[in-house]
Ligand binder design. Structure first.
Ligand code: CAA
Length: 262
């Protein structure tokens, strides 16, 4: 298992106006997640939460893998306590993505296994190539998914299929993952970047406040009782009328969508 020596080299972050692009650069270990990568990713997510980022695209370097999982070489030496801390570091990142005030997109061109599948699922959308491969192979290693997979997978694709994937370690392709609802959009391999940019463009066209609120409410619907979620939605809907949408006044914005009839 080859490691880059400088932790800063393992994750590249670039920002262009409201779009932050984060690339995991460990191609020799198929972008496996070690402690440095988890920490750098969490740092990038936290920073982007304060610098006006509206969309974050997370990618893995090379053609072969988004992320092939947690770093197996690193885990070989773990005590139970170290393993628990490693799991918590993964959770810290997944929670940061959950709470982030921007939309995160996982760009998955190849393997997204174990912790890689979990990282992709923690993002708001997954845009995958038809060559992408998703799976939770941990039980084959005598482990369970440790970066939130046991909590996220059933919510994404239902308990029955989630159980199948986790207990058999079965891998699925990009198109099957899209059919199951795990992947938001799937594209031909050579059109993946176009598809990602289409999502980025779509998000940037919407009102920033409205998108932040919609993300927060959608996420909270996963664990909040229906009635409380609805009450939260009503409060947020009301608040939308207390502010101007990006770039134009409320009346113009509403009327623009009903043509010239009124
Ligand atoms: N950690 C560290 N290194 C990894 C890795 C991982 N998860 N996955 C692949 N690599 C390394 C390999 O060791 C190999 O390095 P060397 O050339 O130095 O030997 C290099 O990446 C290329 O891998 P392969 O030669 O195996 O490539 P392949 O095309 O034959 O197979 C693969 C690709 C199917 C993804 C295979 O590498 C594989 O099965 N990897 C492990 C996947 C896995 O089990 N992930 C789950 C990890 S546990 C986890 O993630 C727990 C959690 O939830 C937190």
């Amino acid at each position: 298992m080859t490691n880059n020596n400088d932790p800063a080299d393992k994750v590249e972050v670039s920002k262009d106006e409201a779009v932050t692009r984060v690339t995991i650069r460990r191609p020799k270990s198929l972008n496996a997640l070690d402690v440095d990568v988890l920490e750098s990713l969490a740092e990038a997510v936290t920073e982007a939460g304060h610098d006006g980022t509206r969309v974050m695209v997370i990618s893995g370097s090379g053609e072969k893998a988004f992320v092939a999982g947690a770093d197996i070489g690193m885990m070989e030496h773990f005590s139970p306590r170290e393993a628990q801390e490693f799991s918590r570091k993964g959770h810290y990142l997944m929670l940061a993505l959950d709470r982030a005030p921007f939309i995160s997109i996982a760009r998955v061109q190849g393997y997204a296994l174990g912790g890689g599948c979990e990282l992709a699922m923690a993002c708001d959308l997954i845009v995958a190539s038809e060559k992408a491969v998703f799976g939770q192979p941990e039980v084959g290693l005598g482990l369970i998914p440790g970066f939130g997979g046991t909590q996220m997978l059933a919510a994404r694709i239902g308990l029955s299929v989630a159980t199948d994937l986790v207990v058999t370690g079965r891998r699925i392709g990009g198109r099957d993952a899209a059919a199951l609802g795990m992947v938001s959009r799937v594209s031909a391999h050579d059109r993946l970047d176009e598809e990602v940019e289409d999502v980025v463009k779509g998000v940037l066209q919407g009102d920033a406040h409205a998108i932040r609120e919609a993300k927060r409410l959608l996420r909270q619907s996963l664990y909040m009782p229906f009635e409380i979620g609805l009450s939260s939605e009503a409060a947020s809907f009301g608040n939308c009328f207390d502010r101007q949408p990006t770039g134009e006044d409320r009346k113009t914005s509403l009327r623009r969508h009903v043509g010239k009839k009124r």
